[in-house]
Design a protein around this ligand. Structure first.
Ligand code: CU
Length: 153
C-alpha cells in the first residue's frame, strides 16, 4: 500500500506542477492579445499623415490680359492646385489646360479649366495627376493674347 501511495505522489505531483505551469502559461498568453490591441491604433497613423499632406499649390495671375508666369512648372503624377488670380477689373478670363495647342485650336474641351469670370476674382483649379509633358495653357476669351506653357516634370 505504501508503495502505491508513493507512486501516486510521484505521478500526481509532477502532473499537478505541470498543470500549475500550464496555468501560468495561460496567464502569459492572456496578456499577449492585450499588448496587440494596444498597438492596433499605430497602423492608422501613416494614413492620417498622408491625409494631412497638402497638395502642391501654384500661383498664376492674369493681369493686363496676360498670364504671369507664362511658364508654369508642376510636379508629375501628383495632384496640384493652381490658385488663379484675375486682377483685370471687369475683364473676363479663365485658365484652361490643353494637351497641346492643336487640341485647343481644334475646339476640343480642355483637360482642366476654371469658369470664365470677370475680375477681380480668385479661382482655384484642381488638377489631377498628369504625366510629364508640356501642356498648352490659355484663357478661352483671349486665345491669341493669353497663352502659357505648363511644364509637368
Ligand atoms: Cu482672358
Amino acid at each position: 500500500m505504501t508503495h502505491v501511495r508513493w507512486l501516486v505522489l510521484f505521478v500526481a505531483l509532477p502532473a499537478l506542477m505541470m498543470a500549475l505551469a500550464a496555468c501560468n502559461d495561460d496567464d502569459d498568453d492572456g496578456e499577449t492579445p492585450a499588448a496587440t490591441e494596444a498597438s492596433e491604433p499605430l497602423p492608422t497613423s501613416p494614413d492620417d499623415a498622408n491625409a494631412d499632406v497638402e497638395p502642391v499649390q501654384l500661383e498664376v495671375t492674369a493681369q493686363n490680359i496676360s498670364f504671369t508666369p507664362d511658364v508654369i512648372e508642376a510636379p508629375a503624377a501628383v495632384s496640384f492646385i493652381i490658385a488663379f488670380d484675375n486682377l483685370d477689373d471687369r475683364t473676363p478670363h479663365n485658365i484652361a489646360i490643353f494637351l497641346d495647342e492643336d487640341q485647343a485650336m481644334d475646339g476640343d474641351d480642355p483637360l482642366f479649366a476654371t469658369e470664365i469670370e470677370a475680375g477681380p476674382i480668385s479661382q482655384e483649379l484642381s488638377v489631377t495627376p498628369l504625366p510629364a509633358a508640356d501642356y498648352f495653357v490659355w484663357c478661352q476669351i483671349h486665345t491669341s493674347q493669353m497663352t502659357a506653357t505648363l511644364i509637368v516634370k
